[in-house]
Design a protein around this ligand. Structure first.
Ligand code: AMP
Ligand code: GLY
Length: 442
């Protein structure tokens, strides 16, 4: 791909959440001159402001997205959410000669089919594999479940994080799990059963051109709605990262293992398909008492995790995207600032199950970075649409400083909202450390 410093780089940015808002802001601070062409299901006021042109359309309308990309003469596309990737937006753009930072439909199966990922790991001996079975009929179901202490029952496909059921959490007895597994076989023709892993979860996002990998700082997300990890699962209430790019409850060996698993997966994807995975390989890991295991793969930036790592990126995001597309990541050092970050999401009251909608939210004075998510601007006010509304990100020399900045900023918000005040606090982190020590028998 050509392009010199004085040429404008035209980027198609698909998605309308806080993850895409931080991508947009990161493009804007690249040394290259960037013109953004935003494709959004609903107009995100933050992204809209940064775009040369915004195109509002359902994100599964691939034909219209491709037509907009062609009309705009974009150099390349960056895709935020998983659904368009699973639907094959990268393949559709490629047919028109537009390259993407994001995997083709075939490679996106790593996220869109849990069975695909588990079988691949098994066949190529990728470490970090829990005991699992993919079942198409009820035969062997009972026997497999009987051999496990506790189980997790998963639909094969994308469910927006709502389909996975964990014993002790979503159901109590194995019989209940069995009933859910049978329902999924009936409904989808298959089910994935796994042993339940106990430990601390973390995210490792790896940038790759399919050959070379560049790891982002590690991040821990908080899925539960309420403080102390209580309440229902959400898209993620907030997240933090440390200045040393590791996490306080992990050993150096844990970090090495997670990195090795991502590295191996990139290699295996090429061996299996003969195609290079281009984009973000996001491993959702769990540190258990004796090993690091892979819970799931995503094929995109995490939301909120993107808000932790992208503000730290020192290398131009344009250079990173070009290296991924051109297959020249080997020649590019990707650097992240050694600073700590804390992201706290403001969400509407009742989220995630019965969120208030159409309510105004008012932002106070804030030192944290602000990213817009499920909000729109109406008559000069910000109105919440029902999902996670605003993300505030504190960046500091220490976690304590980053948390203080994020916390002060979320406290200034007025409206029918709530947030998790405990994300990034020493108290919560001490609990995580104690949990791992207890599991490891230390
Ligand atoms: P997934 O959609 O695969 O990310 O699963 C959603 C959530 O379910 C994960 O973030 C975990 O908290 C939990 N989960 C998935 N698989 C397992 C497992 N094998 N053991 C324990 N928890 C799991
Ligand atoms: N942080 C969860 C996700 O992006 O899927």
């Amino acid at each position: 791909m050509g392009g010199t410093m004085d040429e404008t780089v035209k980027v198609l940015l698909i998605g309308n959440g806080a993850r895409e808002h931080v991508l947009a802001k990161t493009f804007m601070r690249a040394p290259e001159k960037v013109a953004l062409y935003g494709v959004m299901a609903a107009k995100n006021p933050g992204i809209g402001e940064l775009c040369e042109e915004s195109f509002i359309t359902p994100l599964d309308d691939l034909a219209s997205i491709v037509a907009f990309a062609k009309r705009s003469g974009v150099d390349f596309a960056v895709i935020g959410p998983e659904k368009p990737l699973a639907d094959g937006i990268v393949d559709a753009l490629a047919e028109e000669g537009i390259p993407s930072v994001g995997p083709t439909r075939e490679l996106a199966q790593l996220e869109s089919s849990k069975g695909f990922t588990r079988s691949l790991m098994e066949r190529y001996g990728v470490p970090g594999l829990p005991r699992f079975m993919i079942l198409k009929t009820e035969e062997n179901l009972q026997k497999f479940i009987d051999g496990l202490e506790q189980i997790v029952v998963k639909p094969d496909g994308l469910t927006g994080g709502k389909g996975v059921q964990v014993q002790g959490d979503h159901f109590q007895t194995k019989e209940e799990g069995l009933a859910y597994a049978k329902k999924l076989i009936e409904q989808d023709g298959k089910v994935v059963i796994e042993e339940k892993l106990v430990g601390e979860e973390f995210s490792l996002m790896t940038l790759t051109d399919g050959r070379t990998i560049r790891d982002c700082p590690l991040v821990q997300d908080h899925k539960r709605a309420f403080v102390m990890d209580k309440g229902p699962n959400t898209g993620g209430m907030g997240s933090y990262s440390e200045a040393d790019h590791s996490l306080p409850f992990l050993t150096a060996a844990d970090v090495r293992k997670a990195r090795r698993i991502n590295e191996k997966m990139v290699e295996v994807l090429y061996r299996e398909t003969g195609k290079y995975f281009k984009g973000v390989l996001y491993g959702g890991f769990i540190a258990t008492k004796d090993d690091v295991k892979l819970i799931e793969y995503n094929v995109r930036f995490g939301d909120p995790e993107a808000m932790n790592v992208l503000p730290l990126l020192r290398t131009s995001l344009v250079s990173v995207c070009r290296a991924i597309i051109d297959g020249t990541l080997r020649d590019l050092e990707v650097e992240f600032d050694h600073r700590a970050t804390v992201c706290k999401y403001i969400v509407p009251e009742g989220y995630p199950e019965h969120p208030v909608k159409g309510e105004t939210v008012t932002i106070g004075p804030h030192d944290a970075d602000l990213y817009f998510a499920s909000v729109e601007k109406k008559d000069g006010h910000l109105v919440m649409l029902g999902s996670r509304a605003l993300a505030f990100v504190g960046v500091g020399a220490t976690l304590e400083e980053a948390e203080r900045i994020a916390q002060a900023s979320v406290e200034g918000v007025k409206g029918k909202v709530f947030f998790r005040q405990d994300i990034g606090t020493q108290k919560l982190i001490d609990r995580r450390i104690a949990h791992m020590q207890e599991l490891r028998g230390e």
